[in-house]
Design a binder for this molecule. Structure first.
Ligand code: ATP
Length: 255
């Protein structure tokens, strides 16, 4: 699906990621983990072709990312950035309909497209919000509108930059079910998250960025508290609970 060959990313003189040789396949859910500034968002932007690599290349379905026309790329890759910036007062429905443009040859949206956009809003618990000015939404509502747009785009590859950051607990759990369904349907998910236990709930694999160019990629079952703690700069302990491994900061507890 998406593959990095010797991908190197830098920020000024600093090497964020050195010679990344990695690929994510259909039906895999990758979580990207690392400290602030480790290069997670820069990697996601590079996979979305919004940032140029300092070395190496990215292949999508075997072809260089740059060889796809923009419309074709948008049919294959849906990218949810860390934050949304709304300069204009579009309706929430228009934000979701805009995500259908790669699929729609005409200028005006068909009834079927409008129906699909409403269905995506309903999936994100936003049915009553279609006519609202997007600038009036709360942070979590705006994030859910962006997730509705992502669903409507119907791309096989999802790049999600901290999708749960603004969501309340109930909507975090709804997001977890949504991503699990997407993976079960064969989509590829690559998610940046600081919420380790939520992200690992359905993740099949993890990509750890150590912040100095080093990286580790593998199945989540091979992760351990020591490696994760090294990556995050804080010692962790692993707890088994109802068949899951949970990671907690070591020593955390009531004072
Ligand atoms: N133009 C620039 N000049 C220098 N450093 C930059 C520039 N642009 C980005 N950086 C640095 O690149 C690093 C990687 O940024 P990135 O947004 O990818 O981090 P991240 O891992 O997503 O962090 P966070 O967890 O805080 O979101 C950061 O330290 C950032 O300050």
């Amino acid at each position: 699906m998406i593959r990095c060959e010797g991908l190197t990313l830098k920020a000024g003189a600093r090497t964020l990621i050195n010679a990344l040789a990695w690929q994510a396949n259909a039906g895999e859910n990758w979580v990207v983990i690392g400290r602030n500034g480790a290069g997670k968002s820069t990697l996601l932007k590079t996979l979305a072709m919004l940032h140029a690599p300092d070395g190496g290349r990215v292949l999508l379905d075997g072809a260089p990312l740059g060889s796809f026309r923009a419309r074709e790329r948008a049919r294959r890759i849906a990218y949810l950035p860390q934050a949304q910036h709304d300069a204009f007062g579009y309706r929430v429905l228009d934000v979701v309909l805009a995500a259908r443009h790669p699929h729609d040859a005409g200028y005006w949206e068909s009834d079927a497209e409008i129906e699909r956009a409403h269905a995506a809003l309903a999936e994100l618990d936003l049915s009553g919000f279609a006519e609202r000015d997007v600038r009036t939404l709360s942070g979590g509502e705006r994030q859910r509108a962006a997730l509705a747009a992502l669903i409507a785009q119907d791309a096989p590859l999802w790049l999600l930059d901290e999708p749960s950051a603004a969501l309340d607990l109930a909507h975090q759990m709804a997001l977890a079910s949504m991503t699990a369904r997407a993976r079960a349907a064969g989509r590829t998910l690559i998610t940046v998250s600081h919420d380790l236990n939520l992200a690992l709930q359905d993740a099949t694999h993890a990509l750890l960025l150590m912040g100095d160019g080093r990286w580790h990629a593998g199945e989540t079952a091979t992760l351990g508290a020591e490696l994760l703690g090294d990556c995050l700069g804080y010692p962790l302990e692993a707890l088994r609970h109802r068949g899951r491994t949970l990671y907690l900061p070591r020593g955390a507890g009531p004072c």
